[in-house]
Design a binder for this molecule. Structure first.
Ligand code: F6P
Length: 543
């Protein structure tokens, strides 16, 4: 048990005392429940009233966060202490969205704020030169397409932002290639002209084989069009903290944009990794994205836990994960343009909190992490929502819903919003056996009795609603930053390091050994792996 075990026990007791209370009854007994259990920040409304909590649970949970040392960890993060202990790194994605005149933040004795803005301006200037046509391809033609090559954190953040803010798109088309599977690169290059395409190779380490393979394929594609080697510098740029490796790849220093050692990949969209977003949206909108994230940082760092949106999100996640033993957490954006948001969150949360060792290396006693998944609404209502409503598992849900849209096709947006609200209501209220029976009054008695049990919804299934007045850069910045801080806060409560990712290394090492064995040699693995390798060879011989 963690040091704050007394609080943990108090929460456990409170859980057992309240687990059978239905939210329906809580709403009926307290007409002010929504008033007490929602927060607003700029264009965001966070409604957490449809959760299985009362004031006592919230008070205990806030005390838990304090006892876990969250206030101290927040302060340590903010001022650049090396809280990513296993990698001996500071964690300063929040510094990337500080205004230029912000107070100094020191890493190893150096104020990093001027450095952040220097690098931001370099990336913005390059994006601007592509957009205004002053940076042309090797044959003098205007750039029409920008292909961003990267994976994981070097891909998901910029992809989500570019897609989400499609309505702000400028004239250059932006594409993303992440997978090493050759289909993605092949598909993306169809219809592109090497003379008018710029590639960015994004890799913090500049050692990720998927990204380097794709980068080589892109370079081959450029060369095979007969374009001069000297033009590589006009068509390739790199974003990396390993600037030396980027240069060795053949990208000139002027086109290498620095990522900082103290920014984790999955927290990096605010850095030069955001270059494709800058190209897609232009400077003003990218700056608005940063400002939105900064507004959430200010809220996170300066608001008491009881009204702190990311902290409340984290505490509710811990409440269900550790007391209710929830089986997962789903996040549903009711917006087609936000459809990749669940994938971004999936990496953010699961790569951060999927740890079974606490920060000091001992075995974690608490259940850490959570299974995060999601799909755009309303599509998911016609897919996995059945399980949320009537399955035997508890899966809390976050509904993310923009209130307005620029499209205005008929009543489509209103219909979509109504569905989001209805799902949250249905999950909370449920439908009793008596209500189901009453609905079937028109049927013969035997049929009514047979059908009614299938129409019962247990309800009492929790959800948060995160409503934004519109899907604009500022609100998107707030939203992403809220989930970043939620992840950090829950990591602190579980006692783990949410900023390293050693678990992804092992498979990479084994892949290195297996790849040459796919061609020849005697594989010496377990019988299953050997069998898979043999089958691969057979298939290769057959084509
Ligand atoms: O394999 C996981 C990971 O290390 C992520 O943490 C990271 O976002 C991704 O790979 C890409 O790494 P890089 O930016 O160094 O290529």
């Amino acid at each position: 048990m963690p040091a704050f075990s007394a609080l943990w026990q108090a929460l456990d007791e409170h859980y057992r005392n309240t687990v059978s209370i239905h939210m329906r009854d809580q709403f009926a007994a307290d007409p002010q429940r929504f008033d007490r259990m929602h927060e607003t920040l700029h264009g965001l409304l966070f409604d957490y009233s449809k959760n299985r909590v009362d004031e006592t649970a919230l008070t205990l949970l806030c005390r838990l966060a304090e006892a876990a040392g969250l206030p101290q960890q927040m302060a340590a993060m903010r001022c650049g202490e090396k809280i990513n202990t296993s990698e001996n790194r500071a964690v300063l994605h929040t510094a990337l969205r500080l205004p230029e005149n912000a107070e100094a933040v020191y890493v190893d004795g150096e104020n990093i704020v001027p450095k952040v803005h220097h690098e931001l301006k370099r990336a913005l200037a390059f994006a601007r030169s592509i957009l205004d046509g002053s940076h042309t391809g090797v044959s003098g033609k205007r750039i029409t397409d920008f292909v961003h090559i990267g994976i994981g954190g070097s891909d998901l953040g910029p992809k989500v932002c570019t897609q989400a803010l499609k309505n702000y798109q400028q004239q250059v088309r932006v594409h993303f290639v992440g997978n090493s599977d050759d289909a993605e690169m092949t598909n993306k290059l169809v219809g592109l002209n090497p003379e008018t395409t710029v590639f960015s190779i994004a890799s913090k380490s500049f050692g990720t084989p998927e990204t380097l393979l794709n980068a080589q394929a892109a370079r081959e594609w450029y060369r095979s069009a007969g374009l001069p080697e000297a033009g590589i510098g006009r068509h390739f740029c790199a974003i990396s903290s390993n600037t030396e490796a980027a240069r060795r790849f053949g990208i000139e220093a002027e086109r290498v944009f620095a990522m900082f050692d103290w920014v984790g990949g999955r927290y990096s969209v605010w850095s030069a990794i955001g270059l494709p977003v800058m190209v897609a949206l232009g400077e003003a909108h990218f700056r608005a994205l940063l400002q939105g994230a900064h507004a959430m940082d200010e809220h996170f760092f300066h608001t008491g836990f009881r009204h702190n949106i990311p902290v409340l999100m984290a505490l509710l996640h811990v409440w269900y994960n550790n007391f209710y033993q929830a089986d997962g957490h789903t996040v549903v954006p009711y917006s087609h343009n936000l459809r990749r948001f669940p994938s971004w969150l999936n990496q953010l949360d699961m790569e951060s909190c999927g740890k079974s060792r606490t920060i000091d290396g001992s075995e974690a006693e608490l259940k850490t992490g959570g299974i995060m998944f999601g799909e755009e609404g309303v599509n998911c209502q016609h897919a996995y929502f059945q399980l949320l409503h009537q399955g035997t598992r508890l899966i809390p849900c976050d509904f993310i819903v923009p209130m307005t849209t620029p499209h205005n096709i008929g009543r489509q947006h209103r219909f979509t919003v109504a569905n989001a609200f209805a799902q949250a209501e249905a999950l909370m209220k449920g439908k009793t056996y008596e209500e189901a029976l009453a609905e079937l009054a028109h049927l013969p008695e035997a049929k009514r009795l047979a059908l009614a049990p299938h129409k019962v919804f247990p309800g009492n299934r929790p959800s948060n609603s995160l409503l934004i007045d519109s899907l604009n850069p500022f609100n998107l910045g707030m939203l992403l930053a809220a989930y970043e801080h939620r992840t950090f806060a829950e990591g602190v409560i579980w006692g783990i390091n949410p900023f390293d990712q050693w678990g992804v290394e092992y498979g990479k090492v084994l892949a290195k050994a297996i790849e040459p064995e796919l061609d020849n040699g005697t594989p010496e693995h377990d019988s299953s792996t050997n069998g898979l390798i043999t089958f691969y060879r057979q298939c290769q011989q057959a084509v």
